[in-house]
Write a protein that binds this ligand. Structure first.
Ligand code: AHR
Length: 517
């Protein structure tokens, strides 16, 4: 690999390549680790218009529906093949009592959604409605159990209701709800943000609680439960250390990590979703790139206790969190989505792909109408966001073998501070096609990337591009097609079959997916 890089670098020097050029070296012979499709998971909480309005609509809504589930949203999500959907929260999960959301909808008790605006939750969207949604989406459910305010018995009963196939009090209830066969739910979270909204626990206390709750959240026949521990907030490495030390490896399938990209870096004034300067854009991208550091450092702690990498790092909340759209309820976390969001998504997914040996699952927050959404709805209308198109482009990486990528990037400098202008990841799919995703974070300058494809003998390359006039470009209900993917052909394959070089010209602030075969 070193030899390959050296050859390219020398080639660049000979060609008089400037510091503006990036050099990527790919070693297809080392493509061994699978990129778990679950890295491309989503998160949908009972929050604002995420479920109610975004997915679950009134009986008399004119939009195409299955029951009360809106099918325009389902059909759009199906196209990007979301592998799993996390529900019902978030903070909501730790005050959600699942039994209030089953049985006759007219009889279901109401509750206050204290975390998100104090609105009344009518429990019309409960377990069976969520499972129907997953069925329509062809996706795996990932359920977050209530450890903060629920009992061990309550969590145990939920798993029994979901997954047991014999005669029991819970399966009797499920059958009364019209569901004969168990659902076989695999992914199950034991609490959410237990260091915060999930109960303000210390990590030591959480470890004991996890061991207790996880014991009674049973695996049933044909339904082994993948229990996911509530992991760290951002760079709380102590939390990860205590959990890894205190929880027997066999008890947990994964441990989570939550990190949000906040433009200003402050939970007070977070910054606008649409109105920002280049300096603010630069800071946002710098904050986004912090994910690399977090994943590396949390993984290193996990390696100490689990060198065989049996426990997954599950980044089950990530994305950009800005100020809410002016004129909307701030507690509903409704924000617009710009080309900047697309660059955040593409960069973050590159990071996850490149850490596929440890990151086995991730969930973008939050699918529809909340935070960094894929889809925005207004009544019966819906639009796709720039972030949606990234997931559409990147779905080719799902299940592929990660190709280790060595990248030397030129700097993108604003106000004397620098970040790497270019990032990327690559995989080989079952048909032998190599997919290379490249991101140019430079808001102003196009960049050339030289990709060394030595010993790969690809004869054909095709490409797809996501870019826009500016990083602030958005799709609106009036102009839904401002930011979308187009064909891309600004690349050249050169050299001999044994020594191929792919030269790619990336427009400013763009995402490119190249397929080589
Ligand atoms: O995604 C919004 C909230 O962010 C979630 O409910 C919570 O887990 C996190 O703090």
């Amino acid at each position: 690999m070193k030899k390959q890089l050296l050859t390219i670098l020398m080639g660049c020097l000979v060609l008089g390549a400037s510091a503006q050029k990036a050099v990527v070296s790919l070693d297809a012979s080392q493509a061994k680790t699978e990129i778990d499709p679950n890295i491309y998971g989503m998160f949908s909480e009972h929050l604002g218009r995420g479920i109610y309005g975004g997915i679950w609509v009134p009986k008399d809504a004119k939009v195409k529906k299955e029951g009360r589930i809106r099918m325009d949203v389902v059909e759009a999500l199906r196209k990007i093949q979301i592998p799993n959907l996390r529900w019902p929260g978030g903070c909501f999960a730790d005050e959600y009592h699942w039994m209030d959301g089953i049985g006759d909808p007219a009889q279901r008790p109401k509750m206050i959604n204290t975390n998100w605006g104090g609105v009344t939750e009518d429990n019309s969207f409960g377990t069976n409605e969520f499972m129907q949604l997953c069925h329509l989406l062809h996706t795996q459910p990932y359920i977050s159990g209530n450890m903060g305010s629920g009992t061990v018995q309550e969590m145990s009963n939920w798993v029994e209701y979901l997954n047991f196939d014999g005669e029991s009090p819970m399966t009797k209830l499920r059958k009364q709800d019209g569901v004969d066969k168990p659902y076989g739910v695999q992914f199950f979270g034991i609490g959410n943000e237990s260091w915060g909204c999930g109960g303000n626990m210390t990590p030591e206390y959480y470890v004991d609680q996890f061991r207790r709750y996880a014991t009674f959240a049973r695996s049933y026949q044909n339904a082994p439960l993948k229990r996911i521990a509530s992991g760290a907030n951002s760079d709380d490495y102590h939390w990860t250390e205590v959990l890894m030390k205190g929880i027997p490896l066999g008890m947990m399938w994964g441990i989570s990590l939550h990190y949000y990209t906040i433009p200003t870096g402050s939970w007070g004034k977070k910054g606008s979703a649409t109105d920002f300067t280049e300096a603010e854009y630069f800071n946002t991208m710098k904050n986004c790139l912090h994910m690399e550091d977090l994943v590396t450092k949390h993984s290193a702690i996990m390696d100490k206790y689990d060198p065989q990498k049996k426990v997954a790092l599950v980044v089950d909340e990530w994305g950009v969190w800005t100020d809410a759209e002016p004129g909307t309820n701030p507690s509903f976390l409704y924000q617009q989505n710009s080309m900047r969001d697309a660059l955040i998504a593409a960069t973050t997914l590159n990071i996850f792909n490149n850490h596929a040996d440890r990151v086995k699952m991730a969930n973008l927050a939050q699918t529809v109408n909340v935070l960094q959404s894929l889809i925005l709805t207004k009544g019966d209308e819906m639009i796709l966001t720039p972030t949606y198109y990234v997931f559409e482009m990147y779905k080719k990486h799902q299940g592929g073998k990660l190709v280790p990528l060595h990248l030397i990037s030129p700097a993108y400098t604003v106000d004397g501070k620098s970040i790497d202008a270019i990032n990327g990841s690559a995989s080989i799919d079952k048909a032998g096609v190599m997919h290379i995703s490249l991101v140019n974070l430079d808001a102003e300058k196009a960049r050339t990337v030289t990709v060394d494809l030595t010993n790969t003998k690809y004869g054909k390359v095709s490409g797809e591009l996501l870019d826009a006039k500016t990083v602030t470009a958005i799709n609106t209900f009036e102009q839904p097609g401002n930011v979308k993917t187009t064909g891309f052909a600004d690349y050249k394959l050169s050299g001999s079959p044994e020594n191929q070089i792919l030269t790619v010209n990336l427009p400013a602030h763009s995402v490119v997916m190249l397929d080589a075969q």
